[in-house]
Design a protein around this ligand. Structure first.
Ligand code: HEM
Length: 435
């Protein structure tokens, strides 16, 4: 067995820069040249083995979490999410924190959030300007932040929620991977650091109030779900609960807003798909809308790769990889494999109708014991927002040329913010899908 996978011979700082700024363009080129397993040297990770083959990626997802540490590999997220974040934990601690979070993501809990999500989506899209260009990314950021805030806290102290909303925007606009221009990064970090203590205070105040409530079982919000029905279940401490809230706010906001922005970008450029989606929205049928989201998450995965740090040497992709190295399944590369997804560069929601491609070939939410906890909520929320927009508006592209993807944090965002123009549909169509 060969010891080290092939890879570029560039100096570490150059590899680090290429990886941070343009890995969505650089890695496909490296794969064509070196094959499906590539060795990189980048900071702060060190030696990294990037995988693009779906079988090898599945093997990593199913490998023992005692050897493949995701929490250790996610260390960079510790400052924003907190030391008790499920993202930063491994092994027993990870399973314990994940168990604490599960009640907020059961199907019964998701059903409880539906109405709230639809109401917020309607309030937001009813304010959209018609007949003039705007950034779908900006609007989607606003709507998904509002959704996660309201779904998390329910309708509580409006005054506190308003302050939390304003300050959280400053705290959430951080760049843990450090990929933005340095001045913006510096300003964002200062803004985040200044606002963080007050955000912490507000979150602890909300937690204290909620612990005193005696009607948790009947409340549909996430925080109540995390605290309700404790039979045989260990409840999170205040510090754990605080970090759970920050983790969910961070993990559950930009990812889905990016997927929605790309959805509008693609639909505006594919008239047949737009017609099918609009018909689906008007009929209140979700299949096609969900297929749009799934295809967008395939074509432009919101998180382009995931990481695992090896606690001991392991066989990965046919190589003996030493302890301390990072293994990085590339979701982006795997989703562009023509063997699993013919014509991978084209937008075809139909792939996901009638059963769609094998589940193992679609991994936007990662896998194994670390698979995204919010995947069901993300798809539900995305489908509702698409339905509320497309049952009210005809969407068109503001610019003729498709937007190039740009890396922002771990997310591949539309280069110009997915600029669209919307035109209001006749009333009959718009009422068909009202909540
Ligand atoms: C389109 C939207 C989303 C995408 C593409 C996405 C993707 C991902 C990915 C790739 C991971 C890492 C999985 C791994 O390492 O194997 C992850 C983890 C996670 N996500 Fe999501 N996510 C989305 C939305 C959400 C939402 C809405 C929430 C919650 C409100 C959420 C909560 C989490 C949590 C808590 C984890 C950590 C799981 C663990 O470490 O055990 N995500 N997500």
């Amino acid at each position: 067995m060969s010891r080290t996978p092939p890879g570029p011979r560039l100096p570490t700082p150059v590899q680090t820069l290429l990886f941070a700024m343009v890995r969505h363009r650089w890695l496909p080129r490296l794969t064509r040249r070196h094959g499906p397993v590539i060795h990189l040297r980048i900071r702060p990770e060190g030696d990294v083995v990037v995988l693009s083959d779906l079988d090898q990626i599945r093997d990593v997802f199913l490998s023992p979490p005692t050897v493949f540490h995701a929490g250790e590999a996610n260390e960079v997220m510790e400052t924003p999410m907190g030391e008790h974040s499920v993202m930063n934990a491994d092994e027993d601690a990870h399973l314990r924190l994940r168990r604490q979070l599960t009640p907020a993501f059961r199907n019964s809990a998701l059903r409880g959030y539906q109405r709230m999500v639809a109401r917020i989506a309607v309030e937001e899209v009813e304010r959209w300007p018609t007949g003039m260009p705007f950034s779908a990314m900006e609007r989607m950021n606003a709507v998904t932040l509002e959704i996660i805030l309201r779904v998390m806290f329910g309708v509580e102290d409006e005054h506190r929620l308003e302050e939390l909303r304003t300050r959280l925007r400053m705290v959430l606009e951080i760049d843990p991977a450090g990929t933005g221009p340095w001045l913006r990064r510096l300003l964002q970090r200062r803004q985040a650091a200044t606002n963080r203590p007050r955000v912490d205070e507000l979150l602890y105040a909300e937690i204290a109030d909620r612990r005193r409530a005696d009607d948790l079982a009947s409340r549909p919000d996430m925080l109540s779900r995390l605290l309700a029905a404790p039979q045989a279940r260990e409840l999170p401490s205040d510090a754990e609960l605080h970090d759970h809230l920050l983790t969910l706010l961070l993990a559950g906001h930009e990812t889905i807003s990016t997927a929605l922005a790309w959805s509008f970008h693609e639909l505006a450029r594919h008239p047949a798909a737009l017609d099918a989606a609009a018909r689906s929205a008007a009929a209140g049928a979700d299949d096609y809308l969900e297929a749009v989201l799934k295809e967008v998450l395939r074509l432009r995965p919101a998180i382009v790769d995931v990481t695992r740090k090896l606690t001991e040497a392991a066989e990965v992709g046919g190589y003996r990889v030493p302890a301390g190295w990072t293994v990085m399944p590339s979701i982006l590369l795997a989703h562009h494999d023509p063997a699993s997804h013919p014509e991978p560069a084209t937008f075809q929601p139909e792939r996901f109708l009638d059963g769609g491609p094998p589940a193992a070939s679609w991994v936007p939410f990662g896998g194994g014991v670390r698979r995204c906890l919010g995947s069901g909520f993300a798809l539900q929320q995305g489908t509702i927002v698409l339905r509320e927009v497309l049952s009210r508006f005809r969407v068109e592209a503001a610019d003729a040329a498709p937007e190039r993807p740009r890396l922002q944090h771990l997310t591949l965002v539309p280069g110009k913010g997915a600029r669209i123009i919307v035109h209001r549909l006749p009333v009959a169509a718009s009422h068909a899908a009202a909540p």
